[in-house]
Structures are given as structure tokens and as C-alpha cells.
Design a protein around this ligand. Structure first.
Ligand SMILES: *[C@@H]1O[C@H](CO)[C@@H](O)[C@H](O)[C@H]1NC(C)=O
Ligand SMILES: *[C@@H]1O[C@H](CO)[C@@H](O)[C@H](O)[C@H]1NC(C)=O
Ligand SMILES: *[C@@H]1O[C@H](CO)[C@@H](O)[C@H](O)[C@H]1NC(C)=O
Ligand SMILES: *[C@@H]1O[C@H](CO)[C@@H](O)[C@H](O)[C@H]1NC(C)=O
Length: 498
């Protein structure tokens, strides 16, 4: 009944009793412990759309399930709202709105952008790859937090790697261990995945070597990437035999039966059998960043091949032990690496040491074991939430705690402190300026393809981060003014004022 009133009254009121009616409806729709009393600001205008974006969900019955520790008895229309700005990632279906009952409290989550300016909309969740400064939800409302989900490559959005970009977000779920909801081991499903017996015995690998199989595999189809890996591999190929099947540096035709799967990251069994025959897999990530590790690293470990890795500078922190991966950057040159690989190729005992971790007692990295044991999300594991649902619950619990602290502070300002502001910083992403895969940037010709793309992309992303920060500081509502703000920043910098 309350509900019907909340929906119909705005239409009746509009234009008639104006502000008086508006204030009353505000209180009718939002119990006052939910709301600061300054109900007349522009924010509320969003709540007076004739048809609530959430109407169906608002009035449906309360779901009976609650997470352990969740005694939240509020009806749907009293809950804080979390808006997924990247609707295609909204982890619920069917419909665009859902009640979630998290560890300590509940929220409504929606992908319906109509709620952007609602007072009840406590947080907006973004997907890093899709986040564009010129499409950001503006004006940025003071009471709303921003949450960033970004598990993909740093190359997908360098805006997030700059201080002014990442600081726009209050909560993060990224591949970095320092983020609020770390996804560092997202590509490692379980410990058993690592422990699986080697797919092809060393004896068999040696036999294949005698038949002419190269010691090293490279298989990559995305060539123009910020890590500039081909430049390194090309140099390495001068000193050791590498079979390269993908589009990049291709020197071998892909067997017909594999053609469909060669570019897939999937674990298709024919593909798996094919690559498992190689002693070494070149595993170079497309973008370099601390803690950014993908299946390129974990798959060879799973299969019992030795990864020759470049990617996260701190990869050793997560390896099963200190002798399971060959780290490219610890060699002074591609030739030195090639010589090392050739020696291992000829020395079975030394090669086998890299696979000692297949015996659980040689998995000695307690950081790895603990992280696998304590993470609350699962990979292809129905008994655990996936990390999208996990992160939205993290944000929901944080926001409910913040709102409760704000209410307590309003009621008893002397007794209860207001909640501390919280925002991300460079340790939550902070990937470095791309550098050439081999050699010095000074030595690259001006028309080098990599040089023309990636360093520029990185610095232009900084411009966009600063432009968006400026839009927000000026309380702009139109994100397409971004370019004007970037220009103004450039001009004031030129005048020595920035
Ligand atoms: C910010 O902009 C909104 C809408 O454009 C306006 O209603 C509001 O008063 C502004 N807030 C401040 C603090 O300037
Ligand atoms: C690797 O670990 C072993 C056994 O824990 C230890 O004896 C050895 O010193 C370590 N080596 C390096 C390079 O850290
Ligand atoms: C969220 O981050 C913004 C921008 O960095 C900051 O101004 C705001 O105070 C933060 N909000 C909270 C609730 O911490
Ligand atoms: C950056 O964030 C991390 C993790 O959230 C925090 O521990 C650290 O103190 C922050 N650093 C700075 C300089 O604020």
C-alpha cells in the first residue's frame, strides 16, 4: 500500500503542489533512517520519474534466503541499490534487477541506468574494460561510491593504471593482491589443477625431440600488444629452435585437426595433447603488470611443461616453489636464456627438478596455498560464488556498513565518528608504461608499429583520467565535455599553471 502510494503520487503531485508534495513523497518513499534530511537536493529528482525503474522488483515479495549472519529484514524498497554500469556483465538473469542477501546485509542490484541519480543508489559498479571517461555517469554524486571490477589485461584500459584514474574508485576487484577483492589467482582453478600428473613423460618428450620436435613452443595470435613479446621471441629464435604455430612469428602450419581451437584459451583436449609434447612453453603476457598472470602461465604448469615466463614482475610469489618456472627477466639476454634452455634440454635430471611440484610435498609456497584455501569465490565451482557475485556482495556489505555508520553519526555526532572516506590508489592497478620487448626504446625507428601505438595509448589514458577528474571536480553533467577539459588542462599546463 505504501508501495502504490510511492509510485502514483509523483504523477499527481507534479506541477501541483510542487515542492511541498515532493518533500512529503521523499519521506514516504524512504524511511528516514535511510536518508539524510537534506532531501531537497537535485539528487532526489531522479526518484520522481513517473515510472520507477525498479517498480516490479520493489513490490515483489522478499526472498526468504539470507546468507549466514544476514538478519536484514528490510523490504526491497528500503534496500540500498547497486547499479551495474556495464549491463552486459550483470550477473543475474532473467530481468535487470535482483535482491541480493550477502554475508551481513542485503541490497538491490540492477543494470537499469535509470536509477543513476537516485538517492538510494549507493554505489555504481564498473567493468574496467568497458569504462570510458567520455561515458562516465555524471554528475558524480557525493553520496555514491564507485566500484571497479577489472580482471582482464592492463592493455584493455590504461586509464586505470594512472593515479588520477584509479583514485576515482572507492572499491576494486583487480588481479592485484592489494585490491580490495583480489582476483590474483583467477586462472588457477584448484590446487589439484597444478598437481595433475605430467601429461607427456620426459621419456616421450625426448623421443619427440629426436624426431625433430623443437624444445620450445610459441603459440600466439594477438601480435600487436603492449608487452611487445614478439620482438623478444624473434630474438630468442636466433639462438634456439622454437615451433611457432599462431599468427605471430608463425613458422609451422597448425595441424588441420586443431585449426578451430588454436586461438582458443579453452582446454580442448586435442589442443592440450598437442601442446603438452613440448618441454618449454613461451608464456609472455600481452601486458606487463605486477600480479597479472593468466592461463599462459598456469596451463603449462598443469600439463607438466616448463613455462618460460614474462608478465608479472612478482610471479615468483605465487609459484608452487622457487624452482618451477623460468623467468625471462632474470636472464641478461635472449642468447643467455637460449643457452640455459639448451642445457636443460640435454640434462634430464635438471629438467625434472622443474616438475618436482607435482608431488604435493614440494608445493612449499604458503602464500599460494593459503590464498587458494581462503578465497571465497570459485572457478567453475558450483559450490562457491563466482567472483562477480562475490564482488557485488563485498560492495553491498561495505555500503551497508557505511550507511549504518553515517546514520549512527547523524543520530549521535559526538558519540559516533563518520565513516572514513575510502578510495583506491595505484597499488590496486598501477601498471607501468609499456616498454619494448627487446632493446631500448631510443633505438626503435620512428615508424615502428609498437612505438606508434602503446606509449601513446598509455599517456593519452592519463589525459583522459585527468580530464574526467576535472569533469567531476567541476560537477559537470555532460561527459562529452571531456575533450574540452583535457584541452583546458593542456593549455593551463603550457602556461605553467598546472
Ligand atoms: C551539481 O550539478 C547538479 C546537476 O547538474 C546540480 O543540481 C547540483 O546543484 C550541483 N551540485 C553542486 C555542489 O554544485
Ligand atoms: C629454494 O627453496 C629451497 C628449499 O626450500 C632452498 O633450499 C633454496 O635455497 C631456495 N632457493 C632459492 C634460490 O631461493
Ligand atoms: C569515493 O571516492 C571519491 C573519489 O576519489 C571520494 O571523493 C569520496 O570521498 C569517496 N567516498 C567514500 C564514501 O569514501
Ligand atoms: C593504497 O591502498 C592500499 C590498499 O588499499 C593501502 O594499504 C595503502 O596504504 C594505500 N597507499 C596510500 C599511499 O594511500
Amino acid at each position: 500500500m505504501m508501495a502504490g502510494r510511492g509510485r502514483l503520487l509523483p504523477c499527481v503531485c507534479l506541477g501541483l503542489l510542487g515542492v511541498l508534495c515532493w518533500v512529503w513523497v521523499s519521506f514516504a518513499s524512504f524511511p528516514d533512517d535511510q536518508l539524510p534530511l537534506e532531501a531537497l537536493d537535485a539528487v532526489d529528482r531522479g526518484a520522481f520519474k513517473p515510472q520507477s525503474a525498479l517498480s516490479e522488483m520493489e513490490f515483489s515479495s522478499i526472498s526468504s534466503y539470507s546468507g549466514p549472519g544476514n538478519n536484514d529484514r528490510r523490504s526491497n524498497k528500503e534496500l540500498p541499490i547497486l547499479l551495474w554500469w556495464s549491463g552486459n556483465l550483470f550477473p543475474h538473469f532473467p530481468g535487470d534487477t535482483e535482491r541480493i542477501d550477502c554475508a551481513t546485509a542485503s541490497c538491490l542490484v540492477t543494470s537499469n541506468r535509470k536509477v543513476q541519480l537516485y538517492k538510494r543508489t549507493a554505489s555504481i559498479i564498473f567493468y574496467g574494460t568497458d569504462f570510458r571517461a567520455y561515458e562516465a555517469p555524471l554528475p558524480r554524486l557525493h553520496h555514491q561510491t564507485w566500484a571497479l571490477f577489472h580482471e582482464e589485461s592492463p592493455m584493455n584500459n590504461y586509464l586505470l593504471s594512472h593515479g588520477p584514474g584509479i583514485r576515482l574508485f572507492n572499491y576494486t576487484a583487480t588481479f592485484r593482491r592489494e585490491s580490495d577483492y583480489p582476483l590474483t589467482l583467477q586462472w588457477l582453478p584448484t590446487l589439484d589443477y597444478l598437481l595433475k600428473p605430467v601429461a607427456v613423460s620426459l621419456e616421450e618428450k625426448n623421443r619427440l625431440r629426436r624426431e625433430g620436435l623443437a624444445p620450445v613452443l610459441y603459440m600466439q595470435s594477438h601480435c600487436d600488444v603492449p608487452s611487445d613479446r614478439d620482438r623478444y621471441v624473434k630474438e630468442l629464435m636466433k639462438y634456439i629452435e622454437v615451433d611457432s604455430y599462431g599468427k605471430c612469428l608463425n613458422n609451422k602450419p597448425i595441424p588441420e585437426q586443431l585449426e578451430d581451437t588454436a586461438t582458443a584459451t579453452g582446454e580442448e583436449s586435442k589442443f592440450m595433447d598437442f601442446v603438452a609434447r613440448y618441454k618449454f612453453h613461451l608464456a609472455l603476457e600481452n601486458g606487463l603488470c605486477p600480479d597479472y598472470m593468466t592461463e599462459k602461465l598456469w596451463r603449462p604448469l598443469h600439463q607438466g611443461c616448463v613455462p618460460v615466463y614474462r608478465g608479472s614482475s612478482v610471479v615468483a610469489d605465487w609459484m608452487p616453489n622457487n624452482h618451477s618456472v623460468i623467468i625471462i627477466n632474470s636472464f641478461p639476454s635472449p642468447k643467455a636464456l637460449a643457452d640455459f634452455l639448451k642445457r636443460l634440454d640435454e640434462n634430464d635430471d635438471e629438467y625434472a627438478k622443474y616438475l618436482a611440484f607435482k608431488d604435493p610435498k614440494h608445493i612449499t609456497n604458503s602464500r599460494l596455498l593459503k590464498a587458494l584455501e581462503t578465497r571465497e569465490w570459485g572457478v567453475n565451482d558450483m559450490s562457491k560464488p563466482n567472483y562477480l557475485n562475490g564482488f557485488e556482495c563485498y560492495v553491498c556489505d561495505q555500503e551497508n556498513a557505511r550507511l549504518a555508520a553515517e546514520r549512527a553519526h547523524r543520530k549521535a555526532p559526538k558519540k559516533s565518528q563518520p565513516p572514513q572516506p575510502k578510495m583506491a590508489n595505484n597499488s590496486h592497478m598501477g601498471c607501468p608504461l609499456p616498454s619494448p620487448g627487446y632493446g631500448d626504446v631510443q633505438d626503435l625507428p620512428a615508424d615502428d608499429g609498437w612505438l606508434q601505438i602503446w606509449p601513446q595509448d598509455y599517456w593519452q589514458s592519463l589525459d583522459q583520467a585527468e580530464g574526467l577528474e576535472s569533469l567531476i571536480r567541476h560537477n559537470e553533467s555532460d561527459p562529452s565535455l571531456l575533450w574540452k577539459h583535457i584541452q583546458n588542462i593542456a593549455v593551463s599546463r603550457a602556461r605553467g599553471k598546472h
